[in-house]
Design a protein around this ligand. Structure first.
Ligand code: ASP
Ligand code: MG
Length: 401
């Protein structure tokens, strides 16, 4: 049986009308004779609301109980959507993550999928049912776990890989992947296709479509993805390994405002300083993105790095705890920054590309605080207040108005 996996995000199941619209898409696909597995997120902002409720009762709830709570959001969606699909005259069964066979590691709040036991899903498909699976969750030693925020994309891709689906469609509130977030840059253009690697960078650098972990997984198992709108029938953007016919260098832009930077000023000019700092950050599961070391006064060095803003307090605490050991004279933290990036392939092969990007930022009157480059991305850190202006300027320089 040919299988389609369809993933519906929070806005696509936000209320009964959206549920019915999603159910109609599922029913239509099932009537084409395909096996349909749908994966759902919690409705609208329900996950955030549940987190807020928990914090009202306990400022530091246990992660195990948080996962039990948050997983309920997706279970509400899957049961309701299964009812909506049945109302379209198509047999349907709802499954929680563990019923669908998601076995994970035990790290509550950020569990990893260890294996997927798909027997129950396959049996339901064989009985002619569409299967509606609660995303974002699994089980470990009898306890419910969640995969981390945005994890439903990963659930969908994992199911598509395990079932050998020929397409995994991600339904969202935009009709594809754009050259910039169309909610921010009105002149952004929709892409017909993008490679896994480019999409991974876009997602990691703040494009706001899909979870980057799910794209890694799709690449690993070669699952073709399509990002499309749940509000229309338009074709979306296909994400796959290669686009041989249109080897474009520049693919898109992205902006991440949820980033912060920490600087250690005047650290000792001896071996082992960076190693000490970044291994301690790693041991604390803090992911650093841009790292710059530059010569400071008196033969000392300055080290600056960026981290997700949610980790800023912890990273700052770590930097202070190492202050004497690394010999820093001052430690600064700035949360009011944003990272604006250009994404493509072979970016640094062409010196015109960085020159053009920096010229665009200068014309827009944006000051660049940090720069980092690789073959697939060129990122600058700017003041958060300049973020939208900077993104628009870079987008206009490369994609026109
Ligand atoms: N509901 C979860 C979240 O908001 C998972 C997801 O939507 O992918 O993070
Ligand atoms: Mg999401």
């Amino acid at each position: 049986m040919e299988i389609t996996v369809m993933k519906f995000g929070g806005t696509s199941v936000a209320n009964s009308d959206r549920m019915t619209a999603a159910a109609q898409k599922i029913a239509k696909e099932a009537r084409r004779g395909r096996g349909v597995v749908a994966v759902v997120s919690a409705q609208g902002k329900l996950t955030d609301e549940l987190i807020a409720k928990a914090k009202e009762l306990n400022t530091e709830p246990t992660l195990r109980e948080m996962d039990a709570l948050l997983s309920a959001g997706e279970q509400i969606s899957s049961s309701l959507l299964a009812m909506a699909v049945a109302a379209q005259g198509v047999p349907s069964v709802a499954m929680s993550g563990w019923q669908a066979g998601f076995v994970t590691t035990g790290s509550f709040g950020s569990a990893r999928i260890k294996k997927l036991e798909t027997e129950r899903v396959t049996a339901a498909l064989a009985e002619g049912k569409t299967v509606i699976v609660a995303g974002f969750q699994g089980i470990c030693d009898g306890d419910i776990t969640t995969l981390g925020r945005g994890g439903s994309d990963t659930s969908a891709v994992a199911l598509a890989a395990a079932l050998g689906a020929d397409i995994c469609r991600i339904y969202t509130d935009v009709d594809g992947v754009y050259t910039a977030d169309p909610r921010v840059v009105k002149t952004a253009k929709k892409l017909d296709g993008i490679t896994y690697d480019e999409m991974f960078e876009m997602a990691s650098l703040g494009a706001g479509v899909m979870h980057n972990r799910s794209i890694k997984l799709a690449k690993k198992y070669n699952v073709p993805l399509e990002v499309r709108s749940s509000f229309s029938d338009l074709e979306g953007t296909i994400i796959k390994e290669r686009y041989p016919l249109e080897e474009k260098m520049i693919r898109g832009t992205a902006c991440d405002e949820k980033t912060a930077k920490i600087s250690l000023v005047g650290v000792s000019n001896i071996p082992g300083i960076a190693s000490k700092l970044f291994s301690t950050l790693k041991d604390n599961n803090i992911h650093t993105d841009m790292i710059i070391q530059s010569l400071g006064a008196d033969n000392s060095w300055n080290i600056t790095f960026t981290i997700p803003v949610d980790n800023a307090e912890r990273a700052l605490y770590i930097a202070h705890s190492l202050r004497n050991e690394v010999g820093a004279t001052r430690i600064d933290c700035d949360k009011d920054i944003a990272k604006v990036s250009l994404i493509g392939t072979g970016l640094m092969e062409n010196p015109e590309i960085p020159a053009k990007m920096f010229a665009a930022l200068t014309s827009a009157g944006v000051n660049i605080q940090m720069i980092s480059s690789s073959e697939i991305r060129l990122s600058v850190v700017v003041a958060e207040a300049d973020a939208k202006k900077a993104l628009s300027a870079v987008h206009e320089a490369f994609f026109g108005v």
